[in-house]
Write a protein that binds this ligand. Sequence first.
Ligand SMILES: *Cc1c(COP(=O)(O)O)cnc(C)c1O
Length: 230
Amino acid sequence: MPNIIENLRIVLARIAQAERSAGRTPGAVQLLAVSKGHQAADIRAAFAAGQRRFGESYLQEAMDKMAALTDLALEWHFIGPVQSNKTKNIAEHFDWIHSIDRDKVALRLNQHRPAHLPPLAACIQVNISGEASKSGVEPGHLHDLAKLVNAQPRLQLRGLMAIPAAGDGLDGRQRAFRHLRQLAERLGRQGVALDTLSMGMSDDLEAAVAEGATLVRVGTAIFGARDRKG
Ligand SMILES: *Cc1c(COP(=O)(O)O)cnc(C)c1O
């Protein structure tokens, strides 16, 4: 079993070093620990080491872990592809969603967000790798989708998320991260204020921090290899 506490320390040190190298403000980049494919006990170990934000990609798996961890004050982020029949449970159980990619999902999340909870913090996932990726809204449709999300009272549009294609290589991924930042800056000039760039994973978080990431999503480098899916 990997040493989660030691791994967390190493990842936080990588983030701090990347912030320094890029001239970013210390603490500007938050760590989302991606716990998909790992056990509730692993989340408990990371919590004991101070980690509070956790990301999950599969609804049922996430809800099973939530049920086992109700005694901990955790912040849950949904980062996987969204099927529209899952929007009710996502709206009821998560604090954040990173993967809004179409109108229908945004409208249904807004409709299902319970009144007793704060608005669901939301990022729009953008396809910055063209043909190589099927996930995320096309950059040409981003402005319209951002306007729509921004207009939903039960959603709080926070930013953009992207997953560069694995085959892109480190330089290609860094260009993709830069592209995502430029898209966010353009939205800002168009009056849609954003404060979050969700980009960078275990292998490329330094490149993402250099291009302005405010939140990196790290799984393997904290919890070790996953046995199955994604
Ligand atoms: C699994 C996953 C991650 C974490 O990837 P690692 O390479 O294990 O760090 C980050 N973001 C998303 C959307 C994921 O699905």
